[in-house]
Design a protein around this ligand. Structure first.
Ligand SMILES: Nc1ncnc2c1ncn2[C@@H]1O[C@H](COP(=O)(O)OP(=O)(O)OP(=O)(O)O)[C@@H](O)[C@H]1O
Length: 258
């Protein structure tokens, strides 16, 4: 069974400020032993509660900087909650930032082994998938050389081929993932669709509201690190569009017609 349970989760970052300071300000701050660039605390997530089970397809929408990617990364276990608790059960496949964590001095083949192992495969289950991963990546002999010699697109191909080789129970996707050239993108999209169908639980961050309406059973609208609204996709997306239109001083199409 796949399961996600976030209780009162907050994530805070300490960002280093790089304000320009005049020489005078610099001297005065030194005199009082004050830093001119104290860390800026960014409250990316504030008190998020989320509960999802087998069969749920959750869409996350919201403005730039609302906290969508941070939420996805917290679910993936990349960011530990600053407060609150995170519980995720099931094999996770994260389709975002997929090229992070390559061993650049190692060959493509070795990276397949390392990564698949980190994704929870055993040495024997990896061996059964090696050829399929290599074939999907279409990297051929390049798999014999160090990954540092790959182009950005080739790294993407390899990372995507490995990440999607497992049968995920929990699928975490950022819509902006664009993999490789046009031919590979079509292949990648088809594989993503397949994974969306077969995974038990999916959470997707997207700005494409039609995709959200098509795919999701539940939508969470994030605003400044909080959940502004959540519920049935049709209702939440409509509220989101109306709020965006009001903010930009335009009437939503539906209201214009009324
Ligand atoms: N590693 C980090 N260090 C410091 N601040 C961060 C970090 N990651 C995100 N933030 C901040 O957290 C807030 C939420 O960012 P996040 O990337 O989650 O937003 P988002 O909703 O995914 O935005 P977008 O739609 O633009 O991708 C922003 O204010 C961002 O500056």
């Amino acid at each position: 069974m796949a399961k996600i349970e976030l209780q009162d989760v907050s994530v805070t970052f300490n960002a280093h400020q790089q304000k320009r300071v005049s020489f005078k300000e610099y001297l005065v701050s030194g005199l009082f032993l004050r830093s001119m660039n104290p860390p800026l605390r960014v409250h990316a997530l504030k008190g998020i509660n989320l509960s999802a089970r087998d069969g749920d397809r959750i869409g996350i929408i919201g403005h730039n900087g609302a906290g969508k990617s941070t939420l996805l990364k917290t679910l993936a276990g990349i960011y530990p909650p600053t407060n609150g608790t995170r519980e995720v059960e099931g094999k996770i496949c994260s389709l975002f930032d997929i090229t992070l964590g390559f061993e650049f001095e190692a060959t493509g083949w070795d990276n397949i082994m390392y990564r698949a192992y980190l994704q929870g495969e055993t040495p024997s289950s990896i061996r059964g998938k090696l050829d399929a991963i290599a074939e999907f990546s279409e990297l051929g002999d390049f798999l014999n050389i160090a990954v540092r010699n790959y182009s950005a697109g080739m790294q993407m191909r390899l990372a995507f081929s490995i990440a999607t080789a497992i049968d995920p129970e929990v699928l975490l996707i950022d819509e902006v993932l664009a993999v490789g050239d046009l031919a590979f993108q079509n292949k990648a999209k088809a594989r993503m669709k397949e994974l969306m169908k077969t995974s038990r639980l999916m959470v997707i961050v997207a700005h494409d509201l039609n995709a959200i309406l098509d795919m999701c059973t539940h939508v969470i609208w994030m605003e400044h690190g909080c959940v502004r609204a959540e519920g049935a996709p049709g209702i939440v997306v409509e509220q989101y569009i109306a709020a965006a239109a009001a903010a930009s001083g335009q009437l939503p199409e539906a209201l214009k017609a009324a």
